[in-house]
Write a protein of this length. Structure first.
Length: 580
């Protein structure tokens, strides 16, 4: 009978070992997806490692190692096929190449050699990582990353190359570490990189059978029936009541009531406990949810705790179930919802006096940051500063304190926000771009404009049926439409004008999926008929989006001038919504 070691071998390895061992030659099989990490995921990895490093600097007992997850490989003759972990391995390789080409280690030959050996084995002159997921992936990866990164590429070159995008993200993050004015600045980049190589670990599972490797990958990624942090916290709080059946039954009943309260929200018990932790500590947790809460709940009355959590859950439910609140509707589109939720629930839980003003100003802040390219790491500390201010009852505007018989002006929440925004480009610069169609914030932003065209409008979920419509179509230079009608767009637009305007704000609007397909390749007069729909009654007999109705009402023809005019109108509306 085969033993486990005949089938697979798990080892906990440092990043240096993952990329420096004699067997560390990886191939991405053809069935794997192409490289897909975006700015958000790259920055999340970077700041997670940076935070662990800083924690370890402050206290050596914390984050002795940062765990980066598992990598599952199948052992082949001269390499290992990667079944799970390909995105992280590719991202790390791009990081190594970025560090190499920025000459981070200067003349430290030992560290330079470790870095270079992680990219290509010195002795065998063989690349550590080969991509065969797509016909041109390896060539592009080699040419633009492995053989040397050109940090002077045009925006167009970067836009079409995910590998280059990641290298540029890393370059900017590394430069922030060196910038003494940056909040990311650290005293020794070399020591941080050393932490990545020697204190960051992965579980490497080497399999000797591909079918088993794929099955193992499925098991590792299956949710299973493991205990959740909520289960652990529940048991911890119940420990003090095991000898009192009445208290225990009462606790269990309240726990069930909380589960009922949040049943019709978008959070489960674990999410509520996470928000409650943010409310308690008003800073980024350094340990797991259960460990942090155990520390907060230690030697405290479990009944009082669970009743307070119930009240917290009721406040949360009331906020997120506001279906005709324009600002709450806008906030629901944010991917980093833990920040706005914790701030607003804390405000309600503590009877904060300026809750309505707070809701408006944080919506504007989060949207301005999002549109300007900000990720969770950009807004995180400011969000915690706002959260702490709310819990302490600090006003929106600046306020005055008397200290040693002197009046001292203290920052209110508005100033905290403005100081963060002033560090970065203004969001309006992003709105003037020529490639807005692909931005994740575009649908939420257009929907935000839509909300404020009406006094009260129900929340509009972003589903597959909600589409961004190009008024000047992407196929503007085609001779005929899909139904054989001659197209006349070339009479009104030159190639340069069309390329500049097609994906710009003034040329984009909202449609339902069916109408979008119908309108995708038509002349303007036909598009107007489709926008009206159902004898002018709108989509499926219902009224259409107001921002699309305004095109019908205000533009008889669609020209360069009208696209620019509509851009300015939308910009004014957006500014009214987002101006702080």
């Amino acid at each position: 009978m085969a033993t486990n070691t005949d089938i697979f071998r798990p080892d906990n390895k440092t990043i240096e070992e993952i990329f420096g061992d004699t067997e560390a030659f990886y191939n991405m099989p053809i069935y794997q997806r192409p490289y897909a990490w975006d700015k958000e995921r790259v920055e999340q990895l970077w700041y997670d490692m940076l935070e662990a490093y800083k924690n370890n600097l402050q206290d050596e007992s914390i984050d002795k190692n940062y765990f980066l997850g598992s990598v599952v490989v199948v052992d082949k003759d001269k390499h290992q096929d990667v079944v799970d972990g390909q995105q992280r391995l590719t991202t790390l390789t791009i990081l190594f190449c970025t560090l190499r080409d920025l000459n981070i280690f200067n003349d430290n030959e030992e560290k330079i050699n470790i870095l270079k050996d992680s990219i290509q084995d010195f002795r065998k002159k063989k690349q550590r990582l080969k991509l065969t997921t797509h016909s041109n992936n390896q060539a592009l990866f080699e040419e633009t990353i492995i053989n040397g990164i050109d940090f002077n590429k045009s925006k167009k070159d970067i836009k079409n190359n995910r590998f280059l995008q990641t290298s540029y993200y890393f370059k900017n993050l590394i430069l922030k570490l060196q910038d003494k004015k940056s909040e990311d600045n650290i005293s020794s980049i070399s020591e941080f990189i050393n932490y990545i190589f020697n204190k960051t670990t992965m579980i490497k599972v080497v399999c000797y059978d591909e079918n088993f490797a794929i099955k193992l990958f499925s098991v590792l990624n299956d949710r299973g029936l493991d205990l959740t942090p909520a289960d652990i916290i529940k048991a911890y709080l119940m420990e003090s009541m095991v000898d009192d059946e009445i208290k225990l039954n009462s606790f269990i009943e309240v726990w069930k009531q909380i589960e009922s309260i949040i049943e019709f929200t978008d959070e489960k018990m674990e999410g509520i406990l996470n928000l409650y932790l943010y409310y308690l500590i008003t800073q980024n947790p350094k340990k797991s949810l259960q460990d942090e809460l155990k520390q907060q709940f230690k030697n405290k009355d479990s009944q009082k705790i669970i009743l307070d959590i119930k009240k917290f859950a009721e406040n949360y439910s009331e906020i997120v179930n506001s279906t005709q609140d324009n600002y709450i509707s806008m906030l629901k589109y944010l991917s980093h919802n833990v920040y706005w939720k914790s701030i607003l629930v804390t405000a309600k839980h503590t009877n904060y006096k300026e809750s309505d003003k707070l809701k408006i100003i944080i919506t504007r802040y989060f949207y301005q940051s999002w549109i300007a390219g900000g990720t969770s790491n950009r807004i995180k500390q400011t969000a915690f500063n706002i959260l702490k201010s709310v819990k302490n009852g600090i006003s929106i505007d600046n306020y005055t304190l008397i200290e040693n018989d002197e009046e001292i002006i203290k920052d209110g929440i508005k100033t905290i926000i403005e100081k963060n925004l002033n560090k970065y480009d203004n969001y309006k610069q992003s709105l003037s771009g020529n490639y807005l169609y692909w931005e994740r914030w575009l649908k939420p932003l257009l929907l935000s404009v839509e909300y404020f065209e009406n006094e009260k409008k129900d929340f509009i979920p972003i589903t597959r049926d909600l589409q961004i419509e190009h008024i000047l179509p992407q196929t503007w230079n085609a001779e005929k439409s899909w139904d054989g009608v001659l197209l006349n767009w070339k009479d009104s637009f030159s190639e340069d004008e069309a390329e500049r305007l097609i994906n710009s704000l003034g040329n984009l609007t909202l449609l339902t999926g069916k109408k979008n397909i119908e309108a995708s390749n038509c002349n303007y007069d036909k598009k107007i008929d489709i926008y009206k729909g159902n004898s002018g009654k709108g989509f499926d007999g219902k009224s259409s989006f107001e921002i699309t109705k305004s095109i019908i009402d205000n533009y008889n023809v669609w020209t360069k001038e009208n696209i620019e005019k509509r851009y300015n109108i939308l910009l004014e509306k957006i500014d009214r919504i987002l101006k702080i």
